[in-house]
Design a protein around this ligand. Structure first.
Ligand code: NAP
Length: 182
């Protein structure tokens, strides 16, 4: 199973505030949809609750890591629940579910715990997003530190001017394997 992750951060690595995104950038949401549609997505319980109306995203298998006492709440909403001791245990369980690829969609806790397992990371930077986040993407605290993520290389980059939210940078990172290490 391929393990990917996708996130949109501010220039200081911020992910969200008060259990919501820092901003909604239509061009980023379009990219998110393209990368996740018809795939399995995996998220933490707080991210699941932050989705519109707290509902699973359509046309995707929505897996949520949750506590046992929240399992029926999420199941009734239509999520596929995973109860596990840790994020890595949850991904281990997911690998038995016959999914070709899972895309990790957050939040901060899940990205951090899963970082060493991620094969491909799609990281967008919204240059006009506010910098007063209360949760961050792993150790990223500047645009420069994206290139210093342990065990990962930037393999593609482009940027575009959005209609109403300033510049949006698109980074694609891949895990360095024996075959790709110099
Ligand atoms: N910018 C982006 O691309 C992006 C994407 C996704 C999310 N976000 C933002 O990220 C923030 C949410 O991130 P977060 O780190 O607070 O939450 P999260 O990663 O979605 O969920 C983490 C929570 O899962 C629970 N948990 C931890 N270990 C667990 C286990 N073994 N089994 C079951 N549950 C476990 C804990 O809550 P309990 O201890 O309470 O159970 C923990 O606080 C929001 O602001 C959201 O908007 C941003």
């Amino acid at each position: 199973m391929i393990i990917s992750a996708i996130a949109c951060i501010s220039t200081n690595g911020g992910l969200g505030k008060n259990n919501d995104l820092l901003g909604y950038i239509p061009e980023d949401l379009k990219f998110f949809k393209k990368q996740t549609l018809e795939k399995a997505i995996f998220m933490g319980s707080k991210t699941a609750k932050s989705l519109p109306q707290g509902n699973p995203l359509p046309k995707r298998n929505n897996y949520v890591l949750c506590r046992k006492d929240e399992q029926s709440y999420f199941s009734e909403k239509g999520f596929l629940t995973i109860v596990a001791d840790s994020v890595s245990d949850a991904i281990e369980q997911l690998s038995l579910m016959n999914e070709d690829e899972v895309v990790i969609i957050g939040g901060s806790f899940v990205y951090e715990q899963a970082l060493s397992l991620i094969d491909t990371l799609y990281l967008n930077v919204g240059h006009d997003l506010p910098e007063d986040a209360d949760c961050f993407f792993c150790n990223v605290r500047s645009v420069k530190s994206i290139g210093e993520m342990p065990g990962m290389n930037i393999v593609a980059y482009h940027e575009e001017k959005t209609k109403s939210s300033g510049m949006l940078s698109f980074y694609k990172l891949e895990r360095i394997t024996d075959a790709t290490a110099i």
